[in-house]
Design a protein around this ligand. Structure first.
Ligand code: BF8
Length: 643
């Protein structure tokens, strides 16, 4: 197998990897190879650099030091390092949520006049959860009160986050009994930093349980606030057809890529590219128009709400520039490789940073402010249009690969689609699981990582689940991976789904893989699971459901936080490569085994996606048995799987 084939599963990416090789441009896989062998102490989680007596490291073979200079055991060191990753991941998601709450407030106050509160139904519903009396109040007044209440929850010191009340009652009781119901979003993150300071918490279970509390503050707090308030501000997504992969870039258009996470800028950019003056300018420079595409989770935001194309996922950010066709890439926060500036320097591509939290040395910064959103967006687009004249057409190589998909699924529209015109319900989903037409459901989410062939694990795992009648729900880069493989269309059910799943997809008219958004939108999965429990017939808690989760190509600290809030919500969750815990047998055993007795969920690590899919299927079958459900309806698999 050739090098580019080993690096990516996606033919479009393979072509750009070859181009990078030919033109001697260093990209992520080259840096990964240069980094081998990677630090074994780091991989095992047994390096401690929390204080200046260190850095300390535990000898994994038992001959050298078995504690740090302060006496911290490997269990303490591993647990502390792990929960610090949760702190960072939860902080990233939650800060995103905070920014959306801030934007909602500005919009409600009339200070950010380019935004309007579009999701009035959801506004009222969410306001009720927060105990806001909506009677006789204007949309703006309710929005302001809700924005204030949500913002206050970040620094809340007592009580519980309001959105926890949306979880099944039994789950809430578990959290209370274990003392891990999050009080305030920031508070739990700060407490991680305190507990893991030199000489504080050195009971590894106590450390991890608090990490779980902070992660729950992400899933049922910061991330859920981000999702719910985005739906209020920008409107709830509806099923929508779109396209994906590098083939969405256009040879004869000005290509603008929005990359990052927060929808505040990208949402107004969708309007800015329609500006007649900018379109005329693009024509003046010889382009046929302005082509706006997304990258990573910003792509998911504009894909879900506007049907705009996604050029790709995490490992494709450099590859988009390598097409030679990108006039401008604007970035906000998270998952933006620092290497982008050097790759952009090899082409005419202009890189623009927009967030005060994320600047690059030597890269133009145009600070985004909600109060002048559209004006700033137009200003950035203009820079891209003006850069078209610098494009070297001979260096343009746009891979032809492009796939159609349907995105835009949410907790709310799942009810409508499944329930039909007259009654909103997830009953048909529960019934399909109870009857055995569906085996169960799985959430497959997360990143790409050069330590595993790009997209391969996502695609193979999802195909295997579909084939075994497991309905799949996706977010983030995982959803983009499977979209590129053609799994996110209703027609894909005929090719990949088992008989039972295919029947359900046919009856309801949905793809066998439901794209529910960006990574903060994993909160939608929590709410879908809660809705399924509330509908009845499948137990009393999320941990009773025939369901499982996976992050087969995970990379970021956000993935760790997501994993922990899923496990803390009762979900069996399989990560591809192990989390950095293997240096402590106790911590590994705690999170992959023991924790199930208290939380109802646990982790597993398995890099082989087919094996991992079967671990999930086994878990789903175990839960079916516990619920006294029969075997799945159809034994035969009609779909064929490429191995
Ligand atoms: O937040 S899946 S690589 S883009 S961290 Fe990043 Fe991972 Fe992609 Fe979205 Ni999520």
């Amino acid at each position: 197998m050739k090098r580019h084939e080993k690096r990516s599963y996606d033919p479009a990416s393979q072509k750009m990897i070859q181009k990078a090789e030919k033109e001697n441009i260093e990209i992520v896989w080259d840096r990964y190879d240069a980094m081998q062998p990677q630090c074994g102490f780091g991989e095992l989680g047994i390096c401690c650099k929390i204080c200046n007596m260190g850095p300390c490291r535990i000898d994994p073979f038992g001959d050298g030091p078995q504690t740090g200079i302060c006496g911290a055991s490997k269990d303490t060191i591993v647990a502390r390092n792990l929960v610090r990753m949760i702190a960072s991941g939860a902080a990233a998601h939650s800060d995103h949520g905070r920014d959306i709450a801030h934007a909602l407030l500005l919009a409600a106050d009339g200070e950010a006049h380019d935004y309007h509160l579009k999701g009035t139904e959801k506004l009222k519903r969410t306001a009720q959860v927060y105990g806001i009396d909506t009677k006789g109040k204007s949309t703006e007044k309710i929005g302001k009160e809700l924005g204030e209440k949500c913002l206050a929850e970040f620094g809340q010191q007592h009580g519980e986050l309001r959105l926890l009340s949306l979880a099944p009652k039994k789950r809430q009781e578990i959290w209370r009994k274990l003392g891990i119901a999050p009080r305030g979003i920031d508070r739990e993150i700060v407490e991680i930093m305190h507990r893991t300071h030199i000489g504080v918490d050195n009971d590894y279970k106590n450390v991890i349980n608090h990490g779980m509390r902070a992660a729950l503050g992400d899933g049922w707090g910061g991330s859920m606030i981000a999702t719910e308030l985005s739906d209020i501000l920008f409107g709830s997504p509806e099923p929508i057809r779109a396209t994906v992969n590098l083939g969405t870039l256009k040879k004869d258009h000005v290509n603008i890529v929005v990359h990052g996470h927060e929808p505040t800028l990208s949402d107004v950019v969708t309007d800015a590219v329609k500006d007649p003056e900018l379109l005329a300018l693009a024509k003046k420079y010889g382009a046929k128009g302005i082509n706006l595409v997304g990258m990573c989770c910003t792509a998911n935001e504009i894909l879900m709400r506007h049907g705009l194309p996604s050029a790709g996922n995490f490992l494709q950010q450099e590859l988009a520039i390598l097409t030679g066709s990108v006039e401008l890439m604007m970035v906000d926060v998270q998952c933006i490789m620092p290497a982008l500036s050097s790759v952009a320097n090899c082409f005419h591509t202009k890189l623009v940073t927009t967030s005060p939290k994320c600047k690059f040395p030597g890269v133009e910064h145009v600070e985004f402010k909600e109060e002048k959103a559209l004006e700033i967006a137009k200003n950035i687009i203009r820079k891209g249009v003006e850069n078209y004249k610098n494009r070297v057409q001979q260096r343009v190589d746009i891979p032809k690969e492009i796939k159609g998909l349907v995105a835009g699924f949410t907790t709310e529209n799942a009810f409508r689609i499944l329930g039909g015109k007259y009654r909103f319900t997830v009953r048909p989903l529960n019934d399909a699981i109870i009857s055995g037409r569906l085996r169960g459901a799985a959430g497959v989410v997360g990143c790409n990582n050069p330590n595993i062939k790009h997209d391969w694990a996502h695609v193979e795992m999802v195909k295997e689940l579909l084939r075994n009648d497991v309905l799949v729900v996706q977010t983030g880069c995982s959803a983009i991976a499977c979209a590129k493989a053609g799994l996110l269309t209703p027609e894909s059910a005929y090719e990949y789904a088992g008989v039972g799943l295919r029947e359900v997809c046919e009856a309801v008219g949905i793809p066998p893989v439901l794209h529910v958004g960006s990574c903060v939108d994993n909160s939608r999965i929590l709410l879908i699971l809660s809705a399924v429990v509330a509908e009845g017939g499948l137990g009393e808690d999320i941990s009773d459901l025939p369901a499982a989760g996976a992050a087969p190509e995970w990379m970021s600290e956000k993935a760790i936080s997501i994993g922990f809030y899923f496990v803390g919500s009762g979900v069996y969750t399989v990560f591809g490569t192990p989390q950095p815990v293997m240096g402590s047998e106790n911590v590994t055993n705690y999170i992959t085994n023991e924790i199930e007795h208290t939380m109802g969920g646990k982790f597993a690590f398995e890099a082989d996606p087919i094996k991992a899919a079967h671990m999930m299927i086994k878990h789903i079958d175990k839960k079916r048995k516990a619920l006294k459900l029969g075997e799945v309806m159809y034994k035969e698999k009609t779909a064929t799987v490429k191995k």
